[in-house]
Design a protein around this ligand. Sequence first.
Ligand code: IPE
Ligand code: IPE
Ligand code: MG
Length: 248
Amino acid sequence: MPLRKQINTLKLPSHVAIIMDGNGRWARQRGLDRIFGHQQGVNALREVIETAAELGIKYLTLYAFSTENWCRPDEEVSALMGIMIQSLNNETGTLIKNNIRLKVIGDINRLADDVKERLFETINLTSVSTGLNLVVALSYSSRWEITEAARRMSADVNNGTLKIDSIKEEDFEKYLTTYGIPDPELMIRTSGELRISNFLLWQIAYTELYFTNKLWPDFGKKDFYDAIIDFQKRERRFGKTSEQVLEK
Ligand code: IPE
Ligand code: IPE
Ligand code: MG
């Protein structure tokens, strides 16, 4: 049976998060500069966004650049920022046409003005879209996000809008950059690394993890289908027994 037919569209994850890793190795394996890998990665990105929109997934969060990635060589960081601007220039029209809404999470203040401007422009232009919510994690790390949340929450305790004794998990979530977005049900990481690298640590408490050896530029529609089919075979117990889950 074709892969697409094996997907139960009534049981789709509503939020998929992806750690797009392996661009550098993809290029080095071909004797090319790492930057070519990043450029090639944009094609995989386009295919995955298209597939998510086609399937009717509501939220897709992509890890594009981490706080730690600022420590890479200057030329690589500026090439990545250049690719970002170029992609926004090329793809904003397609996002609008496909009813896709862009959102960014991360420490945006660290980005250069031209990147910020282009980003906000696309965010504004796509703000009326009602289809796929595309969340790009840029200059993002989970520990940055959680520290920032703690800081802003403490300020509210200080100014009296929040009482320490009444703080619940749901209150903390309001201070995270992902507030209003459901937790990811499926997280995919490419390139064979078995780690999370500071991505959505709070939000993945009960997320199903899927790792593949494919390097990001080689990841396509079929690989995305495979991950969803694998996800749909899992029993999500949330601490309960299998019998309890099956009773429902
Ligand atoms: C992922 O690919 C892209 C970013 C982190 C920006 P890498 O650049 O990390 O590729 P590898 O892991 O070195 O192969
Ligand atoms: C994670 O990839 C960050 C992104 C994909 C943007 P890295 O390549 O930076 O992760 P590590 O350093 O191998 O953990
Ligand atoms: Mg990497």
